[in-house]
Design a protein around this ligand. Structure first.
Ligand code: GRF
Length: 195
């Protein structure tokens, strides 16, 4: 049986779009549906993209709200969509312990660096600044910390010879877009076998 996923975004939403495409015509077609794209920012460009795709969208602005109270609202809203997984894709908020408990091992994030060595924003800028020959992309379960959850899979990105941060970001995002759907497929199929 296909699973429902909710994709959480705060901005551009290019990973969301790549995943949504794979659920339509690609490797996620028999694996999951995008039940909803949720944003905490009304101005998130990805909301428009999702709408154009025909995927339901929801937004609850988080600005000025206390974390626990905001997450309670989001949890309540999610009851309507009944997601099996929460897929974070550029969602710029830490989740409260209550939220993490509600979906334990069912919240997944993509981080544009090796989460063992670098957490937080601007993972590509970090790798570029440090002059690393290679960096990696991490897909991990989400816990209460920032990019601290158990690693599901990492893929290496060779950035030798790249001359600008834009070049690193372009190559990194292309890898993210392929990798995220592939890892989601693995996780969902593995979980379905283990039930
Ligand atoms: C990606 O680099 C992702 O790894 C990070 O935030 C960025 C989101 O980009 N968590 P997009 O909104 O998916 O285009």
């Amino acid at each position: 049986m296909k699973k429902n996923i909710a994709i959480f975004i705060s901005g551009r939403g290019s990973n969301m779009e790549a995943i949504a495409e794979q659920t339509r015509n690609g490797i996620l077609r028999d694996v999951c549906n995008v039940a909803v794209v949720f944003s905490n920012r009304p101005s998130a460009e990805g909301l428009k993209t999702a709408g154009a795709f025909g995927v339901p969208t929801e937004c609850i602005p988080s600005a000025g709200k206390e974390r626990e109270a905001f997450d309670r609202e989001v949890l309540e809203r999610m009851k309507f969509y009944r997601p099996d997984y929460i897929v974070l894709a550029g969602y710029m908020r830490l989740l409260s312990p209550r939220f993490v408990r509600a979906y334990r091992r069912r919240i997944i994030n993509i981080h544009p660096a090796d989460s063992r060595f670098y957490q937080g924003l601007e993972g590509y800028a970090w790798a570029f600044r440090e002059n690393l020959p290679r960096t990696c992309i991490t897909v991990h379960y989400v816990d209460e910390g920032m990019d601290t959850g158990e690693i599901i899979e990492q893929r290496e990105l060779d950035i030798r010879g790249m001359e600008s941060l834009e070049e690193v970001e372009r190559a990194g995002l292309a890898l993210e877009h392929r990798m995220y759907s592939e890892v989601l497929k693995k996780v969902i199929e593995r979980d379905s076998k283990n039930v």
